[in-house]
Design a protein around this ligand. Structure first.
Ligand SMILES: Cc1cc2nc3c(=O)[nH]c(=O)nc-3n(C[C@H](O)[C@H](O)[C@H](O)COP(=O)(O)OP(=O)(O)OC[C@H]3O[C@@H](n4cnc5c(N)ncnc54)[C@H](O)[C@@H]3O)c2cc1C
Length: 490
């Protein structure tokens, strides 16, 4: 029997993010996937908060190098441009938000960048390894693969997508709805007939209906084609195969005057809006699409999976290093409500799109996932407990540089040198200390430091969780009891 500590099933964006996070923490892991590396642009929008998570994990640079902000949308009708607009208002980086814009990247490249990062940490995905069943007892989980191999792990994470075998084997229900009449043809195609500076759409402005769209995928020669297939009374029987010929026929019917020269990945998407009733069953956890599936409207699916993984990674590592098991319960406590609200948001955007609302293309603050917070739970103490810690410029370093890595960070404000010894006395290498200088000495940078100091208040200690949210915020004397509760007694 193969032995590992954490078995991750599914090497999509969720499983890969978790594997990178655990690997950098030195946790023994195995990441398996049923199939070979997948092509396909699918989830192509990386939200600002995801770019912050990826910054911590060391992949944002590689993703920005070939990614781009979303191009303006341009709609044609009967050969004329009838409308132009933007999905996201342009914003410049600020001290607090270094990545203000949604970045487009085909999903295959996001996965490739994560795989390369994982390889740099000494791990490779085991492809062609399909989980077919699992069993668990008090000490661990035994997974069975299609070829009969058995793998024993302390914990198993199902990141195996919407049809999750792990979820079914763990007996967790997946409630919600499938809308069989709402389907969309998808494909990565090539053409020499269009500029790559717009997301080209063909439709009828009178009815606000979309026939077909071609979105240039940055850093490639491809366009992502999306074409809704109108609902019919008799369901799906008339659904055409997603082939180059079908795509060409759709474009011809729309009068696009575009000749496709090739098609790579193709698919049919059906609207599924579902959520797992639990995100945990004993030693088995569900993350990403295995736990929740949404409409692609609003670009939340991949991003929510990445945040699941980032929430779970440090908790698994801490418990494996001796923290109380109670910490693991906070994964579902924190992520299930977030998934429910993301589901509501993406469904509302989807319905605006199908109804043809005039502002259906506009994406607001909520989709950027920067406001996401975990207030009021077991891990929160103090007025700003559970909030995302903003970035800031602190003398020569950014706050995100200070936070980067697997540790908790203790922030204090004042003139004292960082009290590393004090932090170590609190909880060994799990906590690093940083003192933010008070304003009055550093010229132009004073303003920014002052704001961070005002954000948290004089005389307070702020303990930042490894995933960048405020854990403890209050008088320094409360830190030790907080850490003992969360990580166990020293
Ligand atoms: C057209 C479209 C546009 C989208 N746009 C966006 C967007 O803009 N932004 C966004 O955030 N999201 C978007 N999404 C959603 C996004 O693609 C998914 O949410 C994302 O892929 C989920 O990632 P995951 O890792 O959880 O699961 P998946 O990507 O589904 O990965 C699951 C993996 O598990 C493997 N697997 C399955 N079963 C087994 C098994 N039994 N054993 C071993 N391995 C197994 C699979 O082979 C697969 O590699 C879009 C989706 C579509 C279709």
């Amino acid at each position: 029997m193969t032995q590992t500590t954490v078995l991750i099933v599914g090497a999509g964006p969720t499983g890969l993010t978790l594997a990178v996070d655990l690997a950098r923490r030195g946790v023994d892991l195995l990441l398996v996937d049923a199939v070979a590396e997948r092509p396909g642009s699918r989830g192509k929008g990386l939200q600002p908060r995801t770019l912050e998570v990826f910054d911590d994990l060391g992949v944002t640079g590689a993703l920005l190098a070939t990614g781009a902000v979303y191009p303006p949308l341009r709609t044609y009708h009967r050969g004329q441009v009838v409308w132009e607009g933007r999905m996201h208002e342009p914003r410049l980086p600020t001290a607090a938000v270094p990545y203000p814009m949604v970045i487009m990247q085909p999903q295959w490249r996001t996965e490739r960048v994560l795989r390369e990062r994982l390889a740099g940490l000494g791990h490779r995905v085991r492809h062609g390894a399909r989980l077919t069943g699992l069993d668990q007892d008090e000490d661990g989980v035994t997974a069975v693969l299609e070829d009969g191999e058995r793998i024993r792990a302390a914990y198993l994470v199902g990141a195996d997508g919407g049809r999750s075998t792990v979820r079914k084997a763990a007996g967790v229900g997946f409630h919600g709805e499938t809308r069989p009449a709402e389907r969309m043809l998808l494909g990565d195609v090539t053409t020499g007939d269009l500029d790559r500076d717009h997301w080209h759409m063909w439709g009828d402005p009178a009815t606000r209906s979309l026939d077909v769209a071609l979105c240039p995928l940055p850093g490639t020669g491809d366009f992502q084609l999306t074409a809704p297939v109108p609902a019919t009374a008799d369901g799906e029987e008339d659904l055409p195969e997603p082939t180059l010929e079908t795509f060409q026929a759709v474009l011809d019917r729309a009068g696009a005057g575009v000749r496709l020269t090739g098609a790579g990945w193709t698919s049919v998407y059906r609207v599924n809006i579902r959520m797992a009733e639990r995100f945990r069953a004993g030693r088995v956890f569900l993350a990403g699409d295995a736990a929740h599936v949404h409409s692609p409207a609003g670009g939340q699916g991949l991003n929510t999976g990445v945040q699941d993984a980032y929430n779970l990674g440090w908790k698994l590592a801490a418990v494996l290093a001796g923290a109380p098991g109670r910490l693991l319960a906070t994964y579902e406590e924190e992520r299930l409500p977030v998934a429910a609200s993301v589901l509501g948001l993406s469904t509302a955007l989807h319905e605006k799109g199908t109804k043809g609302d005039p502002d259906a293309h506009v994406r607001d603050e909520e989709t950027r996932q920067l406001l996401l917070a975990y207030p009021g739970g077991f891990l929160c103490e103090g007025p700003r407990g559970g909030e995302r810690v903003p970035d800031a410029v602190l003398g020569r370093v950014r706050l995100f540089d200070v936070l980067r890595g697997p540790h908790f960070t203790l922030l204090t404000f004042g003139d004292a040198a960082p009290d590393q010894a004090g932090a170590a006395a609190l909880h060994g290498s799990a906590v690093r200390a940083f003192t933010v200088a008070l304003p009055g000495r550093t010229g132009d940078l004073v303003d920014v430091e002052e704001r961070l100091h005002e954000h948290f208040g004089a005389g307070t200690a702020v303990l930042v969780r490894p995933d960048g949210y405020v854990g403890y915020h209050g008088a320094p004397g409360g830190l030790e009891p907080y850490l003992s509760r969360v990580l166990g007694p020293r």
